[in-house]
Design a protein around this ligand. Structure first.
Ligand code: LMR
Length: 394
């Protein structure tokens, strides 16, 4: 049997991680995988996470199973962080999942379970693993226009026109903030227009919220998700704690369903539990418990928020440094979009050959579509990158 497996194409992001590791050059710059790095190039364990883990280590008395949906306190704390008081408690059901990808996967499973013919609308471009998982599950995808390569912003009229083609029962996958891979985001008024289109078509929104707190702030980044949840009859939200708590390898995510008709909530909750049971039974608990301890303890929460805010501001500062450096070297404003983008990523707008040249000649690693992880930079490497970009003719 094993000999008959079809070899799968390598995941471009993970493949790049390996290429970078294998490159012996000093001074190489990793702008690949979406992991935050500080000025020293380290992905730190956040202070509040360390404190919570120390407390957990000394206080935890059992590692017996929690529930199929995970610890209810985790769902309560995370739903508060994501949804605030935008919807009533009885409209929400939630399941802990292994990371944000686990939540995305369970969300896709859920919509296919509810409608085997479901079509999922995805932005062009989107995180490549969205498409990969949808293909694997045999779910039809429809792309909607999103990125405008000429402006580095969103092709909003194109996006609206494509979303208007949705039918009742279709699912619209949206990035809640910090669009991956482009860094280009909708304004809140534009979100309201998208909401109106979804209301008109009867399509079901599913929001991937993987970078809350990395864009404009915790509440600002959640505002579109809250607006969708409050306005439409139903929605799904896949939330991740990987980035904003820096607990990537602990795999803490949450899949949330919101139904304005609260009589649907028990069935949604049972379905979430059933799907967890089928795929991995009980979700991982360590990261989720650490998150709960932080969110429920005012001192830890304050400290976590302060460190997250410093992280956000450092990325924003790097963006502005890079945009300024490129403005200086190019004598034009054509890279100004980098300062307007939000989150970890920006799509530079380089061709695959230029991306290859950046890697081979300058040791700069970015994903083939020219997605850069801004957090891979520091004050010393910004001018080097800017020079490499101009030298490459971008
Ligand atoms: C990314 O987009 O780089 C991250 O979400 C990591 C991943 O799993 O691809």
């Amino acid at each position: 049997m094993f000999a008959d497996f079809k070899a799968q194409p390598a995941d471009k992001i993970l493949e790049l991680m390996q290429l970078f590791r294998d490159d012996p050059r000093q001074g190489k710059i990793d702008l690949g995988v979406g992991v935050y790095r500080n000025a020293e190039g380290v992905t730190p364990v956040m202070r509040a996470v360390k404190s919570a883990e120390q407390r957990l280590w000394s206080e935890q008395e059992t590692k017996a199973y929690t529930g199929l949906l995970g610890d209810p306190a985790y769902a309560t704390a995370m739903c508060g962080l994501v949804l605030g008081d935008a919807v009533s408690q009885d409209s929400i059901a939630a399941a802990a999942t292994p990371g944000g990808t686990g939540a995305v996967r369970q969300g896709f499973e859920m919509v296919r379970y509810g409608n085997p013919d479901v079509r999922v609308f995805v932005s062009d471009p989107t995180w490549p693993n969205h498409i990969s998982i949808l293909n694997y599950l045999g779910i039809e995808t429809v792309t909607y226009r999103y990125f405008d390569a000429n402006t580095g912003g969103v092709d909003f009229p194109g996006m609206l026109a494509d979303l208007e083609q949705a039918r009742p029962g279709d699912v619209i996958l949206l990035h809640g903030c910090c669009h991956n891979p482009t860094g280009a985001n909708l304004t809140l008024p534009q979100w309201h227009e998208v909401i109106e289109v979804m209301r008109k078509t009867g399509a079901l929104p599913m929001i991937d919220l993987a970078y809350q707190g990395f864009g404009d702030g915790l509440d600002e980044d959640a505002a579109p998700t809250r607006a969708v949840a409050a306005a439409l009859p139903e929605c799904l939200i896949a939330a991740s704690c990987s980035k904003n708590f820096g607990i990537y390898r602990e795999r803490a995510g949450l899949l949330i369903t919101v139904s304005q008709d609260a009589s649907n909530t028990p069935l949604a909750r049972d379905t979430l539990a059933f799907l967890n049971r089928q795929n991995y039974s009980f979700p991982p608990d360590h990261g989720a418990r650490v998150v709960t301890m932080i969110l429920d303890d005012p001192a830890l929460r304050d400290d976590w928020q302060a460190e997250l805010e410093a992280t956000r501001l450092s990325m924003l500062d790097l963006r502005h440094q890079l945009a300024a450096e490129l403005q200086k070297l190019s004598g034009s404003d054509r890279f100004a979009f980098l300062g307007q983008h939000r989150g970890m990523f920006s799509r530079l707008g380089a061709t695959p050959d230029q991306v290859k040249a950046l890697r081979e000649k300058h040791g700069v690693y970015m994903v083939g579509d020219s997605r850069m992880n801004i957090a891979g930079l520091n004050a010393k490497t910004v001018p080097l990158l800017a020079k490499a970009i101009i030298d490459t003719g971008i």
